[in-house]
Design a protein around this ligand. Structure first.
Ligand SMILES: [Fe+2]
Length: 249
């Protein structure tokens, strides 16, 4: 007979306070494919506080025509959320940055911007991503240009770029050119598939992970995050990593 308890991983009380700070999410309402309603944002933030988060740096997509966000669209939403949290007596600190798609438009923006004009994390970091379909052709040049501005790029979810799964040395190359690597918590739950999970685990085993982010978009993500946080095998894997989340306090 199937023995459920024998097969199930050990569960512990959900507690992500060892991370304390999230630096990748789509919680600001109505800006991208993340949350749409302010009330939902407040509910999610209350739940994240219960999981042990004290500070949330929200990172709406900035992606040419699809999500043409900028400080002008993002910062007013941050104000809305902060006011709603104040009214609801929620003490989590919320900040805003962005998740920039590295494409031609971003390369141009970097070339003509000052550091202060970009939406950064803790002043010196900037979160960037690539398409899931193919690598950004101008990636290394853009990373170089960001570094010339005095910024430290953080590459979002490198484990999700399946075109690199058979070329692990590409992840080493990202580190060499000065990228920090941010793995998604949910990649370790297997929700994005077994190859993504395996690559995320390998990045941890090779001590290459700098940040863990939620990349929260919707309620399914939140439910899966709450479950992942109870898994002892997950906590064992990540607890020895020298993560930089807490340096963003
Ligand atoms: Fe994201």
């Amino acid at each position: 007979m199937f023995n459920f308890f024998k097969r199930s991983p050990k569960l512990v009380e959900a507690d992500l306070s060892f991370l304390g700070i999230d630096m990748h999410s789509h919680l600001l309402p109505g800006l991208d494919d993340g949350l749409q309603e302010l009330e939902t944002t407040v509910e999610f933030i209350k739940d994240l506080q219960k999981l042990g988060y004290r500070k949330l740096i929200c990172t709406p997509h900035i992606l040419s025509d699809l999500y043409p966000n900028s400080p002008e669209t993002i910062l007013p939403k941050l104000d809305l959320v902060r006011n709603a949290l104040k009214e609801a007596n929620v003490s989590v600190e919320v900040q805003a940055a962005a998740e920039y798609m590295v494409d031609h438009d971003f390369a141009t923006l970097v070339k003509r911007s000052k550091k202060e004009e970009l939406l950064t994390i803790a002043g010196d970091y900037i979160l960037i991503e690539m398409s899931y379909i193919s690598a950004s052709p101008n990636f290394e040049q853009t990373v170089f240009d960001l570094r010339m501005l005095g910024l430290q790029p953080i590459l979002a979810h490198p484990e999700r770029y399946s075109y690199y799964h058979q070329q692990f040395n590409q992840y080493e190359r990202f580190k060499e050119i000065g990228c920090k690597l941010q793995v998604n918590l949910l990649s370790l739950s297997g929700v994005y598939g077994p190859h993504v999970k395996k690559t995320a685990e390998k990045l941890f085993k090779n001590q290459m992970v700098d940040f863990l982010g939620t990349d929260l978009h919707h309620s399914k993500h939140l439910a899966m995050l709450k479950h992942l946080a109870t898994r002892k095998d997950f906590l064992d894997l990540v607890s020895n990593a020298e993560l930089l989340n807490k340096t963003l306090l």
